[in-house]
Design a protein. Structure first.
Length: 351
């Protein structure tokens, strides 16, 4: 896992009066490690930006949309009437998660990949009292801090161990959950941000990391009417546009870039062949910018491709899961056939 920083587990005691990540760092003496992780994250961001802007089709990894400001904007997006995925997935979890209770062992650890605000996590923790450990993993320390502070108050019986980083390599599990039964949680159809082969490879890594017999609860958005997709990803209030354009602000701040936000527009496209929504930042005029001392030219209409969101059928996602070493235990789909949640079990020996 790139730029991963492990923190001391949190619980609802006096330390909760300070920000959760600050408390963990000060008590564990890991501030130098945190600083090293920050430096590594910055260098990776710089490398990926310079590499991505040099491509014939300029493109940047979607994970970089989620700095503190981006994470806050995304949470605002999830509350928009046009953004169906979040409310549909939460409803499915509320309606169905309790049905897993008799199959979850006492002392289970819940590991969430890309936890964000951990709002959906509360549904699982409420439904599954057997969960005693929660390991949220996210690239945003600010999002982790807010979520951990809230969760240790609401669920004092659950030990929370936040990890700062992405999920490019196996997390360094806290020692006390190494042998615990595990449930992975990957909501929000984040899997849809990846190309199909990359999605299969990530699912295979999850199976390996969590171990044979572990479960994974994962959300996958479904194919649907294009008009509904455009409304969800290009809302009339302009929140998604601010979210996308914030990536330019981040590059200006962290990489000494010279992007002028008024020179770019948020553009959404639907690729019918690949069944995916694409987000782009489109140059409104021909101009040149500097990023970390490098110059990049844009023609009018040229874009930076910032995110994909692939849409599945249930059958497609089932095949992808099986190819990655998972068996489908249950699939939950809402009545309107907008969104799916899959409960998977890692089959055979660890991959």
């Amino acid at each position: 896992m790139t730029a991963l920083t492990q923190q001391r587990p949190q619980s609802a005691d006096a330390s909760a009066r300070r920000p959760a990540l600050e408390t963990a760092l000060s008590e564990s003496g890991e501030q130098p490690q945190h600083e090293a992780a920050h430096d590594a994250t910055h260098e990776r961001f710089k490398h990926d930006v310079l590499e991505g802007l040099a491509l014939p089709q300029k493109a940047l990894p979607a994970q970089y949309l989620y700095d503190a400001a981006g994470s806050a904007l995304f949470e605002a997006i999830t509350r928009l009437p046009s953004y169906y995925p979040t409310r549909t997935e939460i409803t499915l979890l509320k309606d169905r998660a309790a049905g897993l209770s008799d199959r979850v062992e006492a002392g289970t650890a819940l590991v969430e990949f890309g936890s964000g605000s951990s709002v959906k996590t509360e549904v699982l923790l409420q439904a599954l009292a057997q969960i005693k450990h929660y390991v949220p993993i996210d690239v945003s320390p600010a999002a982790l801090d807010e979520a951990v502070t809230r969760l240790i108050t609401r669920f004092p019986q659950v030990a929370v161990m936040p990890l700062v980083g992405d999920f490019a390599s196996k997390p360094a599990w806290p020692h006390y959950i190494e042998d615990a039964p595990k449930i992975g949680f990957f909501p929000g159809s984040t899997i849809g941000n990846m190309e199909p082969e990359a999605a299969r490879a990530l699912l295979a890594r999850f199976a390996s990391w969590l171990g044979a017999g572990s479960r994974l609860v994962i959300g996958a958005d479904l194919q649907k009417d294009e008009a509904m997709l455009h409304a969800a990803y290009d809302d009339d209030q302009g929140v998604t546009a601010k979210f996308n354009l914030n990536l330019l602000t981040r590059m200006n701040r962290e990489l000494d870039a010279t992007f002028a936000l008024e020179d770019f527009a948020h553009v959404v496209r639907y690729d019918r062949e690949r069944h995916r929504i694409e987000m782009h930042l489109e140059a409104q005029r021909a101009h040149t910018v500097e990023v970390a001392g490098h110059r990049f030219s844009f023609t009018q209409g040229e874009t930076i491709h910032t995110e994909n969101s692939h849409k599945y059928t249930v059958e497609q996602f089932t095949r992808t899961s099986r190819a990655a070493g998972w068996q489908v235990e249950e699939t939950w789909v809402d009545e309107a056939q907008l969104f799916s949640v899959h409960v998977l079990i890692a089959s055979g020996p660890s991959l």
